[in-house]
Design a protein around this ligand. Structure first.
Ligand SMILES: Cc1cc2nc3c(=O)[nH]c(=O)nc-3n(C[C@H](O)[C@H](O)[C@H](O)COP(=O)(O)O)c2cc1C
Length: 191
């Protein structure tokens, strides 16, 4: 395993969402270590409201078959070459993790659980980044379709909130602009 160790600040500042991967596989042990460490995310009531369905190595080709159906329009009409081109966005990541959260009937708990799972995802993205592995949190519309949910074994009362793609990459994306802190922070009593 590539043992880098960025400071927390450097990991936060340097991380970019990676949307173009180079096809290098992510080792199962490496991914499992990332997902294990990420569990130290804050979560109210220690509910740990996360569950992940992962595809890495041998599971990937079956996942690609499912993604083909949902993610490529009119795939049956495409030539093999065009299909391979369009599928690149799905076939080049080295691993996938789908984050599934409970949908509590109580609004406060539901929000807390979504927030906790989000902090878990951020942890996983930063931990991966520290190892030179890029990631992107994706929310394609098909995550909510009954057929896709069924393919992942998602139960009633659960929701897939993220398709996390992990993988190695050759090009570092430019940072997306952020507002200055003064634009989004005001001091209590001055409004
Ligand atoms: C809740 C959430 C959903 C996202 N969904 C997508 C998505 O569907 N497709 C995508 O390309 N990026 C998605 N992203 C990644 C954002 O595009 C990315 O974080 C943003 O452009 C800022 O870039 P950075 O992460 O490199 O700073 C999502 C991020 C979040 C937090």
């Amino acid at each position: 395993m590539n043992e880098q160790s960025l400071s927390v600040r450097d990991a936060i500042l340097q991380r970019r969402s990676i949307k173009v991967f180079n096809g290098q596989p992510v080792e199962r042990d490496t991914l499992m270590n990332i997902l294990d460490d990420a569990k130290w995310a804050p979560n109210h009531g220690a509910r740990q409201p996360w569950r992940l369905v992962v595809a890495c190595g041998k599971e990937l080709s079956e996942l690609h078959t499912v993604l083909l159906e949902f993610g490529v329009a009119k795939w049956k009409e495409l030539s093999e070459e065009d299909l391979a081109k369009q599928m690149k966005k799905f076939t080049t990541p080295g691993a996938y993790a789908f984050m599934i959260v409970p949908e509590d009937a109580r609004q406060k708990e539901r929000l807390e659980d979504y927030a906790a799972a989000s902090t878990y995802i951020q942890n996983a993205q930063l931990l991966a980044w520290d190892l030179g592995i890029g990631s992107c949190w994706k929310t394609p519309g098909f995550l909510d379709t009954p057929k896709f949910r069924e393919a992942l074994g998602v139960q009633q009362g659960e929701r897939i909130i993220s398709m996390l793609q992990f993988g190695y990459f050759d090009e570092m994306p430019k940072p997306k602009p952020r507002k200055e802190v003064e634009e989004f922070v005001s001091f209590f009593g001055t409004n």
